[in-house]
Design a protein around this ligand. Structure first.
Ligand SMILES: C[S@@+](CC[C@H](N)C(=O)[O-])C[C@H]1O[C@@H](n2cnc3c(N)ncnc32)[C@H](O)[C@@H]1O
Ligand code: SF4
Ligand code: SF4
Length: 329
């Protein structure tokens, strides 16, 4: 990694922060964080996730290595963080290790992967545990099968624990400290009593542990007054207030940073402004062949940034609906 490259990346980040502060509409800087989804299919059926509850009607697919390179070659030089997951199970993509290797070799961003480990082979699990990724976050929301599968419907907890053991052992054999393997626990009504036991179990396995607060509006974040939301709250909201996610409305004083410093690519190269958006009709760009900068400063992004100058976008914009519905992040 040359000094010149690191210097350019650093300057881009500084410029990006300045442009965000000034709420610039057309940016000279590029995003510093990206989400690229290797696969939006998933073997599990988590009830709040639009992939899991099948409310998302988008076609399911696996990103090709060629598409990954086309995207990464344009945005990679500016990235500090690359998240290789979004709306599915990234380990369904057999090219995942190759994507990590390519991304690291070229520009060395911090790579984060979130996985349920459902259906993963021992071979792929060991490969990931000894890869150059920085963080493998494993979604495990319970300590026994009955509790775990209330949210991770279709998941096999014994398989997850066995796989985690294999991963830790592979990492020990290779004398590596990275990637960090982290148990991510989402406290919900049915599992919050298992939080401390899960923390202990993570310790016994020799892995990291983190609490992640539940989102109850994952499917309907842009639909005000949806009845499903109150059902979700009744079914899944944790009793302990500290595990509930505060919602701070998005306003010109509290703008959505995603529109300035991040970008999200679906498996087919479609660009959406953030991780909430899963309907392909809400894409800011659907064609992977359009050069990134054209989209980044195109009408959809400019209209969305303008919302935070109190200019309503009367056209179709998921961001306007999101802000009208008080914002979700
Ligand atoms: C849509 S998943 C895709 C990656 C992978 N399938 C997984 O579950 O880890 C992305 C992230 O959302 C998290 N997630 C799922 N349901 C959630 C919820 N209701 N609230 C907050 N995070 C959630 C997952 O645990 C994961 O970290
Ligand atoms: S495992 Fe991840 S992608 Fe699959 S249904 Fe659950 S949250 Fe959604
Ligand atoms: S949909 Fe909402 S959270 Fe997502 S980028 Fe737009 S304003 Fe931000």
């Amino acid at each position: 990694m040359s000094f010149k490259y690191r210097w350019n990346r650093y300057n881009n980040r500084r410029l990006n922060e300045k442009e965000f502060k000034k709420r610039e509409i057309t940016l000279r800087s590029r995003p510093t964080i990206a989400y690229i989804d290797p696969a939006n299919a998933c073997p599990l059926s988590c009830p709040l996730c639009p992939t899991g509850n099948r409310s998302s009607k988008d076609p399911r697919g696996i990103m090709s290595m060629a598409s990954f390179k086309k995207i990464y070659d344009q945005i990679g030089p500016y990235l500090y963080q690359l998240h290789l997951y979004n709306w599915g199970e990234p380990t369904l993509n057999k090219a995942l290790p190759e994507m990590i290797e390519y991304a690291k070799r070229l520009y060395n961003p911090k790579i984060v992967i979130s996985t349920s480990l459902a259906k993963i082979s021992a071979e792929l699990a060991e490969t990931l545990a000894t890869s150059q990724a920085n963080l493998l976050s494993v979604s495990v929301d319970g300590i026994d099968q009955a509790t775990y599968e209330k949210y991770r419907v279709g998941g096999d907890l014994a398989h997850v624990f066995k796989t985690l053991e294999l991963m830790v052992a592979a990492q020990k054999r290779s004398n590596k400290k990275c990637p960090i393997i982290r148990w991510q626990f989402i406290p919900m009504k049915h599992n919050e009593h298992q939080l401390e036991q899960s923390r202990e179990k993570a310790k016994a396995l020799g892995i990291d542990f983190r609490v992640h607060r539940v989102r109850l509006q994952m499917t309907n974040f842009d639909k005000p007054g949806d009845n499903q939301q109150s059902q979700d709250v009744a079914d899944f909201a944790p009793t302990d207030e500290k595990h509930r996610r505060p919602i701070t409305p998005l306003t010109p004083e509290n703008p959505c940073k995603w529109l300035w410093n991040r970008v999200v690519y679906d498996w087919d190269g479609r660009i959406t402004p953030c991780c909430n958006v899963q309907d392909r009709n809400d894409a800011f760009e659907a064609d992977i062949n359009v050069p990134f900068l054209e989209t980044w400063n195109g009408k959809a992004y400019r209209d969305a940034r303008n919302i935070f100058h109190s200019v309503r976008t009367e056209g179709h914009s998921v961001c306007q609906r999101c802000v009208d519905n008080s914002g979700v992040l």
